[in-house]
Write a protein that binds this ligand. Sequence first.
Ligand code: NI
Length: 187
Amino acid sequence: MEKADKITGTMAIREVLRMGDPRLLASSEPVTAFGTPELENLLLDMQDTMRHMQGAGLAAPQIGVGLRVIIFGVEQNPRYPDAELVPFTVLVNPQLTALGAEQDEAWEGCLSVPGMRGVVPRYRHLRYTGFDATGQSIDRTVRDFHARVVQHEVDHLDGILYPQRIRDMTQFGFSDALFPGQELPDE
Ligand code: NI
C-alpha cells in the first residue's frame, strides 16, 4: 500500500480543509448505497490523500464530502516509529460504543489542524461497527491507540475537531515548539 504514491494516472490527492472552514463543523450524512463508483472514487481519493500526507486517518468531510466515511491505518511508517500498528480500514456509517468509562490522554494531531498538537482524552476500550465499501459489516473491539484513532475520525463526521476536546489548553501548541528537534506528522 505504501507504493500507492508511485502509481501514476490514478492519483487524486485532494485538498484537505483546514480548521475554520465551516464544512468541518457540519454533521455528515449516512451512506445509503454501497459498491457504487461514487463511493469507490471517494475512497480512492481519500486513500491517495491520506498516504500522500502520511496521515493515520482521514474522514470524508476533510476533503469536503459530507458523508459518514472514514479511513485509517498505521502500518510500518517511519514517521510513527513507536506507534502500534492499526490495520488499514475503510469504515462507512460507523457506530462507536465505549466499553467502560476508562479514558486516557495522549497527544493528537490532525491534517486539518496542520503543525499543531494537543492532549486529548479518549475512551481506552471500545467496540465499533460499520460497513466496508461493498456493504460487508465490520465489528471490532479495540483499545488504546486503535481506539483513539477511530474516535478522532468519527468525531470529524459529527463536526468535532480535536481542539474542541482538549481539557487543558496549556497542552495545545505548535509541534515544533512543543517538541523541538522532532519532525512529527500532522496526523
Ligand atoms: Ni483529524
